[in-house]
Design a protein around this ligand. Structure first.
Ligand SMILES: [Zn+2]
Length: 366
């Protein structure tokens, strides 16, 4: 029996409402996972994130394996003990970060330099499995080869073939039976490569499947087409995870196409720069018109910031550079992302997802 159980509750078109259970813990999908880059969600505590309602977050293996290192984390009871987060955690393989830092790939693995001290590091698919087993994520991602778009067909083909070979090695290297492992579909913006990649990764067999290599420079329409080219070849009874997508329109449009899981640093990064996400669209808190506003960021938002603090205060804190402004806006934006996918779950069960997607499109079209 699989360590991961995917129980589908109801569907609307390709969209699904489900419960994912791993061991004794579970989360509802569609789900957005906040990103804890270096052992914390930036500007927020594990308690803040749990209070919003999140049941699963993402940790970045790249940063954690360099500092403080997997052995330190393992000695403190793994990521859960080290970070104080006792709900579910997914870790990426580090592949996306090394790619964005200009890494060099060969058949065996990837060469890159540490951003902390410039040390030369060689990471293999087996190392990525072992590191994630040591730090004790509940869901581990395989090491894949992601290509920035646009890319030539030859580049995409080579990245895809290497991704498939590494996926096989990653599955063979897996030891822990209490950890789910997700394979990653590549193929860039070529529909036939997406199909070939989905079939190859499903043939190896994983507890869940990610659609990788998107949100790397292509248009939203191309991204959605690549999702449509991949999902028909992924099994109905396994979660589907679109890596690195967190813009509200991209999330709800992808949910409508059968994606279950998302992660992105954008909502919390935007927060630290003074941008608030609301169901009426993006709000720039530094705007002069909020100088004496006693209104919350968003009426009806249940977050700590909206319940207790007026826009005028948050704007003032931003303008004078107080870190608390970033914390309040991060809590608000993560609450928005939680409500965004929660709203999609409700819309799926009430057969109103089309209207929901149209509303989000209108709010964020500019
Ligand atoms: Zn709020």
């Amino acid at each position: 029996m699989s360590i991961l159980n995917f129980e589908q509750l109801n569907t609307y078109g390709s969209a699904r409402n489900a419960v994912v259970t791993i061991g004794s813990k579970s989360y509802r999908t569609p789900v957005f996972m906040p990103v804890g880059t270096r052992g914390t969600i930036k500007a927020a505590t594990a308690r803040d994130v749990a209070e919003i309602g999140f049941d699963v977050v993402l940790g970045n293996t790249y940063h954690l394996m360099l500092r403080p290192g997997s052995k330190v984390i393992q000695s403190l009871g793994g990521l859960h003990g080290f970070t104080g987060w006792n709900r579910l955690m997914l870790t990426d393989s580090g592949g996306f970060q090394v790619m964005s830092l200009g890494a060099k790939f060969d058949e065996g693995g990837v060469h890159f330099k540490s951003i902390y001290d410039g040390a030369n590091i060689y990471l293999t698919p087996e190392d990525a499995v072992l590191t994630q087993e040591e730090i004790g994520a509940d869901i581990a991602m395989v090491l894949d080869v992601c290509t920035n778009l646009p890319a030539t067909r030859d580049q995409l083909q080579r990245a895809m073939d290497l991704t498939h070979s590494w996926a096989k090695r990653s599955r063979a290297a897996k030891v822990r039976d209490d950890q789910a492992q997700f394979g990653i579909v590549q193929g860039g913006s070529e529909d036939d490569l997406r199909r070939e990649s989905a079939q190859a990764i499903v043939d190896i067999g994983f507890e869940g499947y990610a659609i990788g290599g998107l949100a790397v420079g292509e248009s939203r329409d191309d991204m959605l087409r690549s999702i449509e080219a991949s999902t028909p070849f992924l099994p109905d009874d396994r979660p589907r995870y679109l890596m690195g997508v967190g813009d509200p329109i991209g999330v709800v449009e992808s949910i409508a196409r059968g994606v279950d899981m998302f992660d992105c640093v954008a909502p919390s990064r935007l927060a630290r720069h003074g941008g608030a996400l609301t169901f009426q669209g993006k709000l720039h808190v530094k705007n002069k018109k909020y100088e004496v506003s006693d209104a919350p960021i968003e009426d009806g938002c249940p977050c700590l910031a909206c319940k207790h603090f007026p826009l005028a205060l948050i704007r003032h804190l931003l303008l004078v550079g107080e870190a608390t402004a970033g914390t309040l806006l991060t809590i608000h934006n993560l609450t928005f992302m939680y409500r965004l996918v929660d709203g999609a779950r409700t819309a799926i069960s009430e057969n109103s997802l089309d209207r929901y997607v149209a509303n989000i499109r209108n709010a964020f079209a500019n």
